[in-house]
Design a protein. Structure first.
Length: 205
């Protein structure tokens, strides 16, 4: 899926976001890994052994990836007690359907409830008002990067977000920061991308 298609799916054409270029994060075909396991042909070289196909080896292989990434990014946020505010913000911004889209492939730096609570008093309540929906969507998409980026792919540098403004990634020996936010949990796999948990809300400069 191209960046332009992603922005259309997220309803961000109104923002006129610049073309995305995730040059700091080398992309790899992570989403194809489990598919290769699912599509592995069964050993049909021994037709005499009728009992082997009845062992149903293919479904057991198919069940493993489904168990780890069957939920979308929106569903994971809605089902995690650490993301209640994020889930409410996604819904208020009108991005629930987009972040449930199985055709997307994105990386989300997800602020916890504590991160939202640390915003200046009244900021969150103001952003959740219907008249500020566009501004909220702009802030949320500032936390989203095109493509699946796992922790092993992270490299220091600027990376464009779906909001059109770049974030600054700093990879240290024992920590990773996104702007001034710390990555406190990484590589939560979803059916349409990957989530890294951060302890501060990212605000476009």
């Amino acid at each position: 899926m191209t960046p332009n298609t992603l922005r259309m799916a997220l309803g961000l054409l109104m923002f006129g976001a610049a073309p995305l270029a995730v040059t700091a994060f080398p992309q790899q075909a992570f989403s194809d890994t489990h598919m290769s396991e699912i599509e592995q042909p069964a050993a049909v070289e021994e037709p005499a052994d009728v009992e082997q196909p009845t062992a149903v080896e293919e479904p057991t292989e198919a069940e493993q990836p489904v168990a780890t990434s069957e939920q979308s990014i929106a569903e994971i946020a809605a089902g995690d007690e650490n993301f209640t505010i994020l889930a409410a913000a996604i819904e208020a911004a009108g991005l629930t359907e987009a972040l449930s889209n199985g055709e997307l492939s994105v990386t989300v730096f997800a602020p916890t409830d504590e991160a939202f609570a640390a915003l200046p008093e009244g900021t969150l309540d103001t952003l959740l008002l219907p008249e500020n929906r566009d501004q909220l969507a702009q802030i949320l998409t500032y936390h989203v990067v095109d493509g699946e980026v796992f922790s092993t792919d992270l490299a220091s540098g600027e990376v464009d977000t779906l909001a059109g403004a770049p974030i600054v990634v700093t990879v240290g020996e024992e920590s990773v920061t996104i702007n001034d936010a710390n990555v406190v949990a990484a590589d939560i796999e979803a059916s349409n991308g990957v989530i890294h948990v951060i302890d501060s809300v990212l605000l476009p400069m």
